[in-house]
Ligand binder design. Structure first.
Ligand code: ZN
Length: 433
């Protein structure tokens, strides 16, 4: 995907917001049609049937007919794609789109270009034998920094090219998607970039993801995902406080919440940027990248409990969850997989943090603290996260062996709890805000 920041004029922005509204309306109609389906009923209309219905609806409703037909049809196409991919996409059934939250629309290129098959010969229609013409978006490079794209009803809209490399060649895409979030417009061309080639050195890297150190690598490097500064966090709290004190549904309340959203968007952007750069680095410099297998959804489950049985340490757990989600663990794994398909492996997580990477001994007491690892069996000393990363690189956490006695240095008193138990994450200091 190649995504750029867009800078429409106020008039263009207004027109594009109308496109967003139409696309959202059509999408939600499709969601509603499909929500009525039950087992045994006639199937909900498919893409072709929906397009016919759209033509009818455009004739009957003047405001819908005044909108761009391609934008509305592409919303149906998006819906059909989302519906088909509901079991594999990870997003499930397509759901409602909300105003202000899901603003965007897809544009199909207006240019017609001849299509070629992979061996370079022109693609011909099987029936007529004519050349197949594909779609292509109309893009123009203005200079080193800027380019422009044709958006229906808006004419040329300018977008800013990225730093070196990214803007070197304009993407040859059939469609693009325009989105509006947190007061910013973005354009994303639908192209799948080529995977990054393996360096061919046979090097394997293990990555241990944590809260205090986002990614500890088995070669000893410690990478940290940038977060909001203390000052920025204080600003968020300030605006939240002001919003809470502003009268209900006042302009001031909206403005304060918009400021909060802007700061939070900044944090998310920083995280994404870091994940992109780190995953590219990993895909470029190592043949095999091993992550420990984490179930982030289960790890960040709420501790709230039920009304009858309230949970313990709810605030602390909420803070930990926030800390975990702020690390972008899932995104890093996902993006590395995209860039290095087939070269990313998952290693079972249990015991990676308590196993000695030198001798393989599993002992909870080896982990002296958050950062320190001293093996009770062989005396190997290392940073705890680095030790875990080396276990991940080796591809194993070990076999769970609850032991009642220490292997070296005498017998430990029997406790009910296994000494091979993973340390629980609650005592890691997380900034609460
Ligand atoms: Zn050891």
């Amino acid at each position: 995907m190649s995504r750029f920041r867009m800078y429409p004029t106020p008039a263009q922005a207004e027109q594009m917001l109308t496109h967003c509204a139409h696309a959202r309306y059509v999408w939600n109609l499709a969601v509603e049609q499909h929500s009525h389906w039950r087992r045994g009923r006639k199937s909900a209309p498919g893409f072709a049937e929906q397009c016919r219905q759209l033509t009818e609806a455009r004739r009957e409703n003047g405001w819908l007919g005044a909108g761009n037909v391609d934008v509305q049809q592409q919303a149906l196409k998006d819906f059909a794609k989302a519906k088909n991919a509901r079991f594999v996409s990870g997003f499930g059934e397509p759901t409602w789109r909300k105003k202000f939250r899901h603003e965007g629309f897809r544009v199909i290129g207006a240019d017609r270009v001849p299509e070629y098959s992979e061996d370079g010969s022109p693609k011909l229609n099987a029936k007529t034998g004519k050349q197949v013409m594909g779609r292509s978006v109309v893009v123009q490079k203005l200079n080193r920094r800027w380019a422009q794209v044709k958006v229906p009803g808006c004419g040329w809209v300018r977008f800013r090219l990225g730093a070196k490399g990214k803007g070197a060649g304009l993407p040859a895409a059939k469609t693009f998607r325009v989105t509006f979030r947190n007061g910013q417009w973005h354009i994303a061309f639908a192209v799948i970039p080529k995977p990054i080639d393996a360096p061919g050195t046979g090097e394997v890297i293990g990555i241990d993801r944590g809260v205090t150190i986002t990614a500890a690598l088995s070669d000893g490097r410690k990478l940290n995902c940038p977060q909001l500064t203390v000052k920025e966090r204080a600003q968020i709290r300030k605006h939240q406080r002001r919003a809470a004190r502003a009268p209900k549904s006042s302009d001031r309340k909206t403005a304060e919440y918009a400021k909060v959203a802007k700061l939070k968007a900044r944090e998310a952007n920083r995280r994404k940027d870091w994940c992109e750069k780190t995953s590219t680095m990993l895909a470029r410099s190592y043949d095999v990248v091993r992550f420990e297998k984490l179930n982030i959804k289960n790890m960040t489950r709420s501790a709230k409990g039920t009304l009858a049985e309230p949970g313990k340490n709810v605030r602390q757990k909420a803070g930990l969850n926030r800390g975990i989600l702020a690390q972008g663990w899932g995104l890093l794994r996902r993006r590395t997989e995209h860039k290095a398909p087939g070269r990313v492996e998952d290693v079972p997580a249990p015991f990676t943090s308590v196993r000695c990477s030198a001798c393989g001994w599993i002992e909870k007491k080896s982990r002296k603290s958050q950062a320190e690892f001293v093996c009770v069996s062989c005396g190997f000393t290392c940073n705890a996260d680095e030790n875990a990363a080396m276990n991940v690189a080796a591809g194993q956490g070990g076999i769970p062996r609850p032991r009642r006695s220490a292997g070296a240095g005498g017998v430990t008193a029997a406790t009910g709890r296994s000494s091979a138990r993973e340390p629980q994450p609650t005592w890691v200091g997380i900034p609460l805000f």
